[in-house]
Each structure stands twice: as C-alpha cells, then as structure tokens.
Design a protein around this ligand. Structure first.
Ligand code: 2AM
Ligand code: MG
Length: 246
C-alpha cells in the first residue's frame, strides 16, 4: 500500500535542502510556521494534517554567523507527529524520522545514548531569549542545580531542533528548555523518540507541544532526574489566543 505520509516526508526532505525558502503546503493540510504566526496566522493544532515549520531555527546564530542553523519541518496528524525532518544546514546533516521506522542522519540509523548515570551525562539547554530578571534567575538556578548534581557538562548550540537531534544522536543525554515554540521542537520530538528517547514536560508530565516547555532525553531515568532540578515557569502558550474546546 502506498505510504501517503512517506511521500509527504520525501517532499519535506527535498524542501529542507532549499534552506530558508520553505513555503510548503499540501492543499488539504494546515500550516503552523514561525513566520506565518508572526504575521498573525493562527497557531492551533487540530486533528487535521498539519505542517509545523521553522525555516530558520537558530536565528540569532544565523545573524551572527555562529555555525548552527537548522530548517525544522514536523508533520502531525490527529495531533500526533507522523514524521520530522531537521536539516542542519552548515553541517549538511539531514535528520529524518518517520513514525515507527527509526531516526536517521544522512541515512545512518540514530540511537540515543544508553547512559543511565546523570553524573556521566552531558545536558543541553539554552539561556533563552527572555531577559526578565526573574526568568533569567530561574534559568540560572536550574542550570546551577543540574551542573552541580554533578554532570559532565552543559552544552547548547543555539537551535532547539539541533539540540534535539544531538539527543537522538547520543552526543548529549538530554535537552531541556522553557520558552521555545512548537515549530522549534516538533520535528526534533519525533526524531528523539524514533531514536529511542523520551519526551516530557519540565514538570514530568506528558509533553504538550503548545506549552513552550520540553525535556527530551535518552531515557526516563535521566529525564526524571533533571526534571527534579528544573525551576519551571509557564510562558504564554503557543495556542493561547486560538484555543478551542476539545
Ligand atoms: N524570541 C526568541 N529569541 C531567540 N530564540 C528563540 C525565541 N523564541 C524561540 N527561540 C528558540 O529558542 C532556541 C534557542 O534558545 C532556538 O531554537 C530559537 O529558535 P529561533 O531561532 O527559531 O527563534
Ligand atoms: Mg526556531
């Protein structure tokens, strides 16, 4: 039987190669994109097939020439991700994952790290974009507590999509951040789970794509260990102005 979404995924791969020029929509699909939402389009995830796109993830990096920028294309049906494509443009790394079929980087199968000891782990996170001192204090407090568990180190390449692919690749054990948007993490989310990893909210509950909070980890042990140390806060949801009743 023809795999309809595989065809769509191949289309996404081809488009991601044209980094920065993504303007894609099948006629029956909805679209959530950083630029379209900034232009006033709704940001609501329904059961309809929906593209969730960030044409340039790592905008600050891009502006400064810091060499990590990604195109992120997720595709959800019935609010569940069917596939994800992240193209790390400068590195020329194409990460792909189709539900139930594994995660790949340039065609090589990806597996998360099998590390269970937090003290042997590298954790990725970011300082974020919010400069309110209360928020910055919470971000530093979380980092301080996690660093002093202790862990091997903290990293972050400035793009959520790439940070998640690094979890999928086994280079870092986990990535967490508060303040990102659904288009930053949608594609990376399925790449992480297809590589064997787990996703959760920063309070340990299930991931909510619209909540602007994410923990992606190689396993539940590491995820739950860092959740204990995160000073959580609650940014305005991505779907705040468009929430519909279920
Ligand atoms: N207002 C903002 N400023 C900077 N980074 C932001 C942001 N909102 C979300 N992010 C995302 O957070 C991560 C870095 O902390 C990046 O994936 C970045 O995506 P962006 O480059 O597409 O904006
Ligand atoms: Mg982004």
């Amino acid at each position: 039987m023809t795999d309809l979404w595989q065809n769509a995924m191949d289309h996404a791969v081809a488009l991601a190669r044209k980094a920065g020029s993504v303007s894609v929509c099948l006629s029956f699909c909805l679209f959530i994109g950083e630029e379209s939402v900034a232009a006033g389009e709704p940001c609501v995830l329904t059961d309809n097939p929906t593209w969730i796109v960030d044409p340039v993830d790592g905008t600050t990096n891009f502006v400064h020439g810091y060499p990590f920028v990604a195109v992120s294309i997720g595709f959800a049906v019935n609010r569940k991700l069917e596939f994800g494509v992240v193209y790390s443009c400068i590195e020329d790394k194409m990460y792909t994952a189709r539900k139930g079929q594994g995660a790949f980087c340039n065609g090589q199968l990806l597996n998360v790290s099998d590390q269970k000891e937090i003290s042997q782990s590298i954790i990725a996170t970011e300082f974020g974009s919010n400069r309110d001192t209360e928020v910055v204090d919470k971000i530093f407090s979380s980092m301080r507590k996690i660093l002093c568990l202790p862990i091997h180190g903290i990293r972050g390449v400035g793009t959520a999509a790439t940070n998640m692919c690094l979890v999928a690749s086994g280079c870092v054990e986990a990535y967490y951040e508060i303040g990102i948007h659904c288009w930053d993490i949608a594609a990376g989310a399925i790449i992480v789970t297809e590589a064997g990893g787990v996703l959760m909210d920063v309070d340990g509950g299930p991931l909510d794509l619209m909540s602007r909070r994410v923990v992606a980890a190689n396993n539940k042990i590491i995820a739950e260990r860092i959740v204990k140390e995160i000073d959580a806060f609650t940014p305005l949801r991505d779907d705040a102005s468009t929430e519909t009743e279920d």
